[in-house]
Structure formats: structure tokens, C-alpha cells
Design a protein around this ligand. Structure first.
Ligand code: PHE
Length: 491
């Protein structure tokens, strides 16, 4: 009865689309290509895939099983499992809350860029005010009003989907959006690969080359790949616990825990194949301001240059629109999972008390508070000196950009540091300690095997990964993040 009130996925396919939608986001389409670009291409890819197998799969299965076992969101799950570890749930809740507050602002940018290319299609010079790529981005981030508007639109859309509930809102949207996203991505890949000189980018990504290990350092590549892997898989903050809590006992958790990381990695590689060949092609053709290792500026500056100057004209605007709209879809399917993590806590509490969940009202209230917290991100120009932010070169400071060694350079950096930098790896470490060492890995095995005729086939492999590799790997990530944020110089 309680489970019915909270909601359930209509089908396993629907669940998979929602979970893959959560995983595939700005992390894949923005973070993955630029981090790969800055960390040696192929070498990074290999390390990344290793980590997905040995760390990603293990945490994914653990989270899905815990969620389904307790039938509650992240706060309720930890409270049920252990009084001592109850606070870990709050870490997850707060991570979701803070990530969403800046994720939505960035999602708003993708809307602005999509609209820009449409306007350019209709009448040239209207979409981006006749400005160059760097100039436009620089002016956008300091336009508080514009940022607020797009942040508000993005948040409203996210709220309206989550309000519809698990199967009627999230599943209904992601079931259509994710296949559409994949098709759009394929179209952009084909365009990208057929550009003159595109092989320069393909080679960079796929031709075996491990020189990065000696040039950049193996440890650096490893820690960047590890941080990227668990953010990209939406792990460590209870998102998969929450989504798992809406799964029925008939679904095979082990299979699902394999499919989600595989799909997420395929999307990340596809995003690389959409971006790198295009960047390589215009580097090859000598278009100014384009190179692989340009860091976070890749999404909003380099790629804008690729579409508006490299391709140019009607085709450039069309593909520009298609690409940024695709990024918008990827971002919103992640945003809804972040909002669901927060909303689920309040819904669970009401259901526990035997009350009507009141999902609509709660989602609006929680979403509105997230919006308010994000207002600060809209107004400080990403740390460029507006409204009291530290004076830093504008396009430099944004999500994932920790090579600028200024902690708290912007509100976005600050939220990102709390959530992605500290809470998420800490959450993963504590989960591994609680399940692996306090309660015992049987908790997960038993939950998986509740499904009729299902045996946890990879139990031994999973157990070793979960008990040993996950905590060691995540300590490493935590150190790496702190090193980046505070410029400690450990790596
Ligand atoms: N996985 C998402 C991305 O790659 C981000 C995210 C993190 C979403 C944590 C939900 C929870 O962009």
C-alpha cells in the first residue's frame, strides 16, 4: 500500500530510460570530452573504462539494491539501515540539492544557445547579437537577468516533469527523450565525422597512445577519470538509491546495474565522437580559437565556434541548434533525478505518517527553494566580479573547472565543491563501509536474489570491488578533488 502511494516504474524499460537519463548529462557531453581532451585522449578513455567496470558497477548495484530493499529515498534508506549512519542520507540529499541549483543554471545556458541558433536560422545576427563565441559567452555569464530567466524556465520544466510522478512524469518523459537524444547524437556524429580533417579528432580519441601517462602523470589521469566516472554515473548521492526504490521485486538488479554504466559509457564515447572530430576538423582547417585541450570552455566557446564559424551558414545553425538542444535534453533528464532525490524525502515522510504524498505541492516547494539557491549562481557572473564574486577571468570558472586554483571563486564552484568535491565521494566511501564492513554484503546479495530465479552471478567479483576497490578508489577521488579545489599540489 505504501509502495503504491510512493509510485513505481511502469516497466523495466521505463526505469532504464530514467536511470540512463539521470546518468547521461552535462557530465557526458561536456565533462567527458573536455577532460579526455586535456588528459591525453586514448589513455584517459582506457582508464575511465576500467574504473566503470571495477568501481562504477559495484556502487551502482549496491545503490539499486539498497533502495529497493528499503523502498525509500536516500534519507529514509540510511535511517532504516543504521541509526549511526543515518546522517549519510543527508549528505546525499544535500548533494542533490546543491548540484541541481547550479546544474539548472547551466541547463538554462543550453536553452539560450538552442534558441540562439534558431534565431540565427531565421535571421542572421539576431541569435547571438553578432558577437564572436568568446565574447558572447563572456557577456552571457554576466547578464544576471538573462541567466535568471533561463534558470527559471529550466527549473519550471524540471518541476513540471517531476510533479507528474514516477511513471506518469519521469518515466513518460524519459522514455521518449532518451531514444530521441540518441538519434540526435547519431546525426551530429555523422556530420562531425564527414567533415574534412575529422580523422585528426578520431585519432586523438582512439589511436592507442599512452604518452599522457608520462607527460601528465598516471595518477593525475587516474584521479580525473575516477571523479568523472562517478559523477557521470550519478553515484554517491543516493540518486540510484531513490530510483531503485521505485523498482519492483521482479526486476533483475544485477542486469540493470550492468546496463546503466554500459549505456552511460556508450553515450560518453558517442559525445566524444560528436565533439572531437568536429574540433579536430576545424583545427586541421586552421579555424582560429579551436583546439582539443581547451578545458571547460569547450561546450560554450569552442563548440559555438565550430558551428557558427567552422560550419557556418544554414548548416552550421541547424546543427548548432540540434546539438545544444540535445545537450538540453541530456541535462533535464539528469535534473529531474536530482529533484526527485530531494522531493522523495518529503514524500516518504508523509507516506510514513499515512498521509497523502502531496507530490505536486512538495515538488513545487522544493524546486522553488532550489531555484532560490541557484539565483546566487546566476548573479555572480561565474565569479567574474559581479555582485561581489572574486575577480577571475569569466570563461574560466565553471562547473568542473578546478584547475583554476581558487576555492570559492564563484557560487557555482562553492556548491560544486561541497557536493561533487566532498559529499559524493564521502557518501560512496561510507556506503561501502556500512554495507561492506558493518552490515555485510549479504544485504545486497539477498535483495538481488529476492527476484524469482535470480542468482547474483558476479557476487565474488562484486564483493571484492565493493569492499576494497571502491573505498580505496573513492578516497583517491576525495583527495584529488580537495587537491584541485584548494590547490594542495598532492598530484
Ligand atoms: N550524471 C549526471 C551528468 O553526467 C549528473 C548527475 C550527478 C545527475 C548526480 C544526478 C546525480 O551530468
Amino acid at each position: 500500500m505504501e509502495q503504491e502511494k510512493r509510485g513505481q516504474w511502469g516497466s523495466n524499460f521505463g526505469f532504464l530510460m530514467a536511470a540512463i537519463g539521470s546518468a547521461v548529462g552535462l557530465g557526458n557531453i561536456w565533462g567527458f570530452p573536455y577532460k579526455m581532451g586535456a588528459n591525453g585522449g586514448f589513455a584517459f578513455l582506457v582508464v575511465y573504462l576500467f574504473l566503470v567496470v571495477f568501481v562504477g558497477f559495484a556502487i551502482m548495484l549496491g545503490e539499486l539494491a539498497l533502495g529497493r530493499k528499503t523502498g525509500m529515498g536516500v534519507v529514509g534508506t540510511y535511517k532504516t539501515l543504521s541509526k549511526k549512519f543515518a546522517w549519510v542520507g543527508w549528505i546525499g540529499f544535500l548533494s542533490g540539492f546543491f548540484i541541481l541549483s547550479f546544474y539548472s543554471v547551466l541547463g538554462g545556458y543550453t536553452l539560450r544557445y538552442s534558441l540562439g541558433f534558431i534565431l540565427e536560422l531565421l535571421s542572421s545576427g539576431t541569435g547571438f547579437g553578432g558577437m564572436g563565441s568568446g565574447e558572447f559567452f563572456g557577456s552571457l555569464i554576466v547578464s544576471g537577468g538573462t541567466n535568471l530567466l533561463y534558470h527559471a524556465i529550466f527549473m519550471s520544466l524540471t518541476i513540471s516533469i517531476v510533479m507528474g510522478g514516477i511513471s506518469g512524469g519521469i518515466e513518460r518523459f524519459t522514455k521518449v527523450a532518451m531514444p530521441a537524444l540518441f538519434i540526435m547524437l547519431l546525426i551530429v556524429i555523422i556530420r562531425s565525422l564527414t567533415l574534412e580533417g575529422s580523422m585528426v579528432g578520431v585519432e586523438f580519441m582512439l589511436a592507442p597512445n599512452f604518452s599522457a601517462f608520462s607527460e601528465i602523470g598516471f595518477m593525475r589521469v587516474l584521479k580525473t577519470a575516477a571523479g568523472q566516472m562517478f559523477f557521470s554515473l550519478s553515484l554517491g548521492m543516493g540518486c540510484m538509491i531513490t530510483y531503485g526504490s521505485y523498482l519492483s521485486k521482479h526486476e533483475n538488479l544485477e542486469k540493470n546495474a550492468m546496463i546503466i554504466p554500459i549505456a552511460d559509457s556508450i553515450f560518453a564515447i558517442c559525445a566524444g565522437l560528436a565533439v572531437m572530430p568536429a574540433v579536430g576538423a576545424f583545427m586541421y582547417q586552421g579555424v582560429e580559437g579551436i583546439s582539443f585541450g581547451q578545458g571547460p570552455g569547450l561546450l560554450f566557446v569552442t563548440l559555438h565556434q565550430v558551428f557558427s564559424v567552422g560550419m557556418g551558414g544554414f548548416v552550421g545553425n541547424l546543427f548548432g541548434f540540434l546539438f545544444y538542444f540535445l545537450v538540453f535534453i541530456a541535462a533535464i533528464t539528469s535534473a529531474i533525478s536530482l529533484l526527485e532525490v530531494c522531493a522523495a524525502f518529503f514524500i516518504d515522510r508523509r507516506v510514513e505518517k499515512g498521509l497523502d504524498p502531496d507530490r505536486k505541492k512538495l515538488t513545487i516547494v522544493v524546486g522553488f527553494i532550489v531555484f532560490l539557491v541557484g539565483v546566487l549562481v546566476c548573479l555572480d557572473g561565474l565569479g567574474s566580479g559581479v555582485a561581489g564574486g572574486a575577480a577571475i577571468d569569466p570563461p574560466g570558472v565553471m562547473f568542473g573547472m578546478k584547475d583554476i586554483r581558487v576555492a570559492f571563486g564563484s557560487w557555482l564552484d562553492f556548491y560544486d565543491m561541497i557536493a561533487e568535491g566532498i559529499f559524493m565521494p564521502l557518501g560512496a566511501i561510507l556506503m561501502s563501509v556500512l554495507i561492506g564492513w558493518v552490515l555485510g554484503t549479504n544485504v545486497v546479495k539477498e535483495e538481488v536474489e529476492l527476484t524469482p530465479d535470480v542468482q547474483l552471478k558476479a557476487y565474488k567479483f562484486w564483493e571484492i570491488c565493493f569492499k576494497f576497490i571502491v573505498p580505496i578508489g573513492m578516497c583517491f577521488v576525495l583527495m584529488g578533488q580537495l587537491d584541485d579545489f584548494f590547490g594542495l599540489g598532492i598530484f
